[in-house]
Design a binder for this molecule. Structure first.
Ligand SMILES: Cc1cc2nc3c(=O)[nH]c(=O)nc-3n(C[C@H](O)[C@H](O)[C@H](O)COP(=O)(O)OP(=O)(O)OC[C@H]3O[C@@H](n4cnc5c(N)ncnc54)[C@H](O)[C@@H]3O)c2cc1C
Length: 500
């Protein structure tokens, strides 16, 4: 088995992983292991932007209050304060790294999104994530202390004497298993939107980090809080392309099949109510026909300039957003829970750190405020440097023993059987552990998931390949979400339970 040794092993190349890797490279050798191309991540698809107090009419207190309100006060208040007070510095750091935020006469353009009481979303047109990734990747690729391993899928954390000492990795191009040993192992593996049939996430979002950490004994929290984005394209046989909340922030509104605006029936903030409320309102309206987003009144030139990505992508789907209504419905979008960490990115396993969407600091509580997650990635990956750097200084690399019980034969398992189970899990989760849940369906779903898990484990023991690793992760995430939903008896934030 080939072996690689590093001070810092970063799993994932979204904004959290890249930002950490750049800073860690000042203190030691860094490997970035990422399962597809460097750019492919949830981060890359973030449209709306990144929230921060950057305007004299705004304040930290207001941003904190909005975050706590969206999270139904289930948030870790210390995490919220830290994130919001650190936000302006992180925006400055991004600008210094070369991120081109949209500006007007040298001033950052700020937009407003649901649940925010002020304009505070810094953005780069409607492709903010892509622009931040571009700038970070440019820096990472030119850094001599960082080695990049694309098409490398981490699948098992290695624990020795109760410490994390690295991970097993499948090189998905060569079909080879590799040992990566490290003093500090970092999970920056992002979310798990693929657990659901209708979701806004790219294919990489299979929750591998949470699954690996759970298997290694890390504490997982808050998994019942899956955020459903209210507005994803709803067109037969088309992907659930996300329509950013900034479309409503810039004056867009929702209408039902009869052309009636309906959001003020559900919340005083109408179209800019928090996401869970808008999603459930749309869910109700969908019972009587289709629901649409309307931005036509803003005019062609504004729309093309402010939303070039959406204008072009929806055009490919046959929708001209300056002339047509956009058919939408909710889609699974963001995991508020994950691998539990303190505010320094430390998990309960020494040597294992986590931040970004994979982590649970408690910053989002029961529901995430729009555009707080790119911010979370930046703040907590920067914060984790201090603790990871100290850990690396104090600890030696541990040699990795080849696993005795592991069958290392790499071959493709029965793909059809696997894809079939994947689809069944996604459907089951969408139907029973989605926007509206009930105890009976949750129990039944958990029983079914346990059965799927046994079947998956049988294949996994014999053969190891990309599909089976990702399917195993999906099933573990689905079980964790369903169990957490069963345990939480009351409705709160994005966990809505209907008593029958
Ligand atoms: C369509 C869309 C729009 C969004 N818009 C916004 C927005 O406007 N503002 C905002 O704040 N948030 C937004 N979000 C949420 C936000 O983008 C994510 O929460 C955030 O980017 C997560 O960053 P991350 O670095 O934690 O993970 P990601 O960006 O998802 O990166 C995870 C990385 O880990 C890699 N990886 C995963 N598993 C493995 C493995 N087993 N082995 C190796 N590599 C692995 C992946 O390939 C990827 O490189 C949006 C999300 C989506 C999907």
């Amino acid at each position: 088995m080939n072996e690689f040794n590093y001070d810092f092993l970063v799993i994932g190349s979204g904004i959290a992983g890249l930002n950490f890797a750049l800073q860690a490279s000042k203190y030691g050798t860094v490997a970035i292991v990422t399962k597809k191309e460097l750019m492919e991540s949830n981060s890359n698809y973030a449209q709306g932007g990144i929230a921060a107090v950057l305007d004299k009419y705004d304040s930290f207190d207001k941003h904190i209050e909005d975050t706590l309100k969206a999270g139904c006060n289930l948030n870790n208040k210390k995490a919220v304060e830290l994130m919001i007070k650190q936000a302006p510095k992180e925006i400055k750091r991004l600008i210094d790294l070369g991120v081109g935020f949209s500006k007007k006469q040298d001033k950052l353009c700020l937009s407003k999104e649901g649940g925010h009481s002020a304009k505070r979303i810094a953005h780069s047109h409607d492709t903010t994530g892509k622009e931040i990734e571009r700038a970070l990747i440019h820096q990472v690729r030119h850094n001599k202390n960082i080695n990049i391993f694309e098409s490398h899928l981490a699948y098992k954390l290695l624990i020795k004497n109760e410490k994390c000492i690295g991970t097993l990795v499948l090189d998905t191009e060569q079909n080879k298993i590799l040992n990566f040993s490290a003093k500090a192992t970092i999970l920056a593996t992002g979310g798990a939107g693929q657990v659901y049939l209708r979701n806004s996430n790219p294919k990489i979002a299979t929750g591998d980090g949470v699954a690996m950490a759970h298997e290694a004994g890390a504490e997982i929290r808050g998994m019942e809080f899956i955020q459903f984005h209210p507005t994803a394209l709803d067109k037969k046989n088309k992907p659930a392309l996300l329509i950013s909340e900034t479309v409503r922030g810039e004056g867009g509104f929702l209408v039902n099949d009869k052309g009636e605006k309906f959001m003020s029936k559900y919340h005083k903030l109408a179209d800019l109510a928090p996401r869970d409320i808008v999603s459930r309102a749309i869910f109700e309206e969908l019972k009587n026909g289709k629901v649409f987003l309307d931005i036509r009144h803003k005019g062609s030139s504004f729309i093309k300039k402010r939303f070039p990505y959406l204008f072009e992508n929806l055009w490919w789907h046959g929708i001209k957003i300056d002339r047509d209504l956009i058919p939408i419905s909710p889609a699974a979008h963001f995991v508020c829970g994950g691998v539990h960490t303190n505010l320094k990115g430390e998990t309960n396993i020494p040597g294992l750190f986590a931040f970004g969407e994979v982590a649970h600091t408690g910053v989002h509580g029961a529901n995430r405020l729009a555009s707080n997650s790119l911010l979370e990635c930046m703040v907590f990956s920067s914060k984790a440097i201090e603790s990871a750097k100290e850990y690396v200084k104090k600890n030696k690399k541990s040699p990795i023993e080849n696993e005795k019980s592991r069958n290392t034969g790499v071959c493709s398992p029965n793909t059809r059987q696997i894809l079939n189970i994947k689809n069944q899990i996604q459907k089951l989760m969408w139907k029973n552990v989605g926007i509206i849940r009930n105890q009976k369906n949750l129990k039944q779903t958990l029983d079914n998931l346990n059965k799927y898990n046994t079947q998956i484990e049988e294949v996994y023991k014999k053969d190891i390949g990309k599909e089976i690793i990702e399917l195993k992760s999906l099933c573990i995430n689905a079980m964790l979400i369903t169990q957490a939903a069963l345990d939480r008896k009351e409705s709160i934030g994005c966990h809505f339970i209907k008593k029958k």
